[in-house]
Design a protein around this ligand. Sequence first.
Ligand code: ADP
Ligand code: MG
Length: 667
Amino acid sequence: MELSSSILEIKGIGEKTAKAFESKGVYTVKDILLNFPYNYIKYPEISNINDASEGSTVAVLGRVLNVPYNRGGRLKQVILRIGDDTGNITVSYFNMPYIKNALKVGTVHVFYGQVKKIGNQLQLTQPKVFDEAEYSDVKAYLNPVYHLSTGISNNLTKKALKEVISLSDKIEDYIPDSVILSRNLLTKADAIRLLHFPKCDDDIIRARYRMVFEEFFLFLMKIELNKGNIYHNGIIMDSLDYVKGISASLDFKLTKDQESSLNDILSDMCTDVPMQRLLQGDVGSGKTIVAFLSMLNASKSGYGSVLMAPTEVLATQHYNNLIDFLNRINYSGTVYLLTGSTKKSEKLKIKEALSKETDYFLIGTHAVLEEDCILNNLGLVITDEQHRFGVKQRETINEKGLSPHILVMSATPIPRTLSIILYGDLKVSLIKTMPQNRIPIKNALVDISYRKTAYEFIRKEVQKGNKAYIVCPMVEPSEGLDICDVNTYANTLRDYFNDDIKVQMLHGKMKPSEKNKIMDEFKNGDTDVLVSTTVIEVGVDVKNATVMMIENAERFGLAQLHQLRGRVGRGDSQSYCIFVNCKDNDNKRLEILTKSNDGFYIANEDLRLRGPGDMFGVRQSGEIDFLMADIYNDAEILKEASEEVSRIKNAAIISRYKDILQQSLNI
Ligand code: ADP
Ligand code: MG
């Protein structure tokens, strides 16, 4: 067998199983070796039935006390009692009628499962059954858990891996021997072996460390090699006096940080080295105006510019604001909006114009990336909320100009040291302070009993001329899940408010044109309350929206909740954010949000709370898809990999990486 052999050659894998593996992208022996478990179960020592407590997962050694019986119903429940010297407990299974035959009265087994309270009785639900000897075997190991799809069991995966694990020696190791030695790393083959068959936690930690190191190492090597690319000469745009004059005449005064960021940008743009800058500032810090002024600099100097937004709602908003802005400063420039829902005929016209014009302003979504969209004389590319765009897409747009200046804007709080490593050459401007008239948002963390109070509060705000958002996690009700959905919620609220208050809903399943219309009615029309999914998360700006109420807050990540909160507090009146925790756990995590409105603090606390123990947890890379690495949790490994990469000067090694990276490795 070879690494490239089909998994069909592995003993125990037939056509059907192979199909199931293929649906997960596993075709070859190599694929299966690199298909790592996402978790490991350590089976516990056997405990007394008497000690089983609600919510815990236990293994008990129990004797079957009665013939298991059906308790009808759709779910075909089977019930039995088991007991040991300390007590008895009820065991229940759903949809497993055959279990009745396996569990004969008087036989003794190990039952491993979760203890739940049903009514006022404790029950062991759906436990796995082992005989005693079998259990002491599995207890000796850490048992890998793989992402399963129908037709592949965990056991089958394990067996297949046993067959081929020795072939991991043949997988190419991308870390130079010298680095393996100096960093005391595992070889790749050893790491792969240990990830599938670990004996203790330490094995997993070291093996994972090694794999993460390699991912970072290759990624950084790529950045390093790209640095060698020759730049075209950049475009000198020196309308800075004009732009600075305009910025001083706005109806608000730029904050110090906005001003210094603008200065950074304008000085970058007037040299012949293309700008590569990251403008980082928390939600609401005022990045947009800085972007507009930079576009103005391009246009005034005779060049076109494009601002890309991740959603149509956001693009449309930028478009309207930009037109307002240019009107106010009496600048006559052509502004185009190009999104997925721009009519075909209109699109053709715009594209035709863009292929000829010079000092245009273009706002758009992914639509501007289309191949036939030729941007004549493009001098500046701005991407807003860049973490929503992949690296690839960014490269495409950059290639549209000769060598345009590039500005990326982000609210994602990435620590500065990290962003320098990650973004390589990208220089960073930070907007740390909020505009002066900003009053800090008042936060409340409540349970569902508070809803009525909240609605009355919203009524009062609306009577003052303000507006409210209510966010629900789902669009439609879903059976069996007790989660708020936009449809039901909007209807309930319409009943509640009668006709006094106009409630509208918004969600991602709507047509973009419909979304825009609803946003417009909320912003400029008579909609008072907008019930929405997280589609309003990014960038939307409605100044008199003063209440944000988030239902099922416990279901969202802290960073996302912070983004949502950023939709209010954008004008000069007091704003409020109400987090509704619909479960009674998880308050501790949500409390972080009520303690601070600072995105950096929240990201850090979130990290601290999740802890590095969450080894295969959410990979919050967002920007770059790593298989295992997490740019937050693995910051230390990233730093070490970066040190090693910068130390490599050997031409032979470097040319090897050029080859490796050319084979379009998925990084
Ligand atoms: P973000 O950085 O999240 O993109 P925006 O650019 O949308 O934030 O700005 C948020 C709001 O603050 C907008 O309504 C904008 O007009 C306003 N704003 C921006 N800069 C200032 C300032 N210096 N003073 C007062 N308001 C400002
Ligand atoms: Mg924004």
